[in-house]
Design a protein around this ligand. Sequence first.
Ligand code: GLC
Length: 431
Amino acid sequence: MSRTERERLADLRARVAALYRANRRQGHAAWCDADYDYVCPSAETYPFQWFWDSCFHAIVLSHLDVGWAEAELRTLLRNQQPDGFVPHMTLWPAERPPDVTGPYRVAGRSPWLSASMQPPVLAEAVAAVAARGRGATYLREVLPAVRRFYEWCDRVRDPDRDGLIAIVEPHESGMDQTPAYDAYLGVAGGEPEDFEAAWRVVAESNAAAGHDTGAIIERDRFVVEDLAVNALYAANLRVLSGLLRQVGEIDAAARIDERADRTAAALLEHCWSSDDEDFHGLAGRDERRLPGGTVAGLLPIILGDLPAPIVDRIARRLEDPADFGPSHPVPSVSLSNPAYRRAPAGGTVLWRGPSWIGTNWYIARGLRRHGRAELATRIEDASLRLVERSGFREHYDAETGEGYGAKGFAWSALVLDLAEARVNERGAAPS
Ligand code: GLC
């Protein structure tokens, strides 16, 4: 590594450390009589703790201060419910639960905890923290809770036992306003209030079902076997089985591997279409295929056992400037999809075009897993350029690189993990 490369990495580390210090929230929550210590996604926009953000933050923190990374995950798991569920939002610092969160986010368990899940990426976070910290000692402490969470995913969210877990409201996908759900939800337009109106119907239905997954599925108002959720679920089950092996739990690891195999096979069998060569989520009791053309359909690249022709197809789409390969990739919606918008409508409509660092992180790592180092490098470099040029923003214009949405957005610091991997594990600095 040259001196300038080393300086560039040191500069990035310093910027990330400053951001994480600014977004750190520590205190005591009277409502559950517990201390908290977490990094909020954005001081202005998102002051609470979110599930998959927190997992990404722990991965970033594992490079800065592994004790702090452990605290982030301990805080996330502090309100795990007896059945294994971990809420997608915890309103730690709120003395009274604020109205802004609305019934679709908060209800059913406690006013401070959402009744929703988010993409189940916990095992990857635990793996990063263990690897750079206390290894098997940490794993022995944390794995019982982690296993309970994945058991909940399997037992509660896969009632038809096809290996694909179901989400029951759009926020659970982590990709709130993705166009994949428009027709299914009956979204009437592209403005924030059009989504709020469509979500409210789902929220009220779920509340009427008492937030009980079985009753929600029975009502069949919004039940989706989502692509991103299931690709990340399968990938995380694989990581979990590796962690169980590290602590000698060989039988448990084998059972989790079987589950990972089943989910990966179900994605290919039920969600892949050879007609348009794209993956599709499945909606409702009769499992209707949802529209493709979103970044969720690229995320199966993270699975090591994806057939080579599908890897080729995803790589070609990422190389095509009119599809998923514009100047500042990877757009959350293909440029060839009529739903694609360069900028967020109303400033707050998400996941309809701009590029996100979280999905880039998965795609770059997936490409490397399949030996596509050159394309992975291109996406890693593009991600670093976005952050260097426009700062840590929530998402970025895929054509101009302009930053949009929340400022000081903490998961965009995942570029540090990509850069560290390049420098430390592969000996080549980002260019
Ligand atoms: C938005 C994103 C979601 C994220 C949350 C907090 O709702 O769509 O993925 O977890 O913000 O950053």
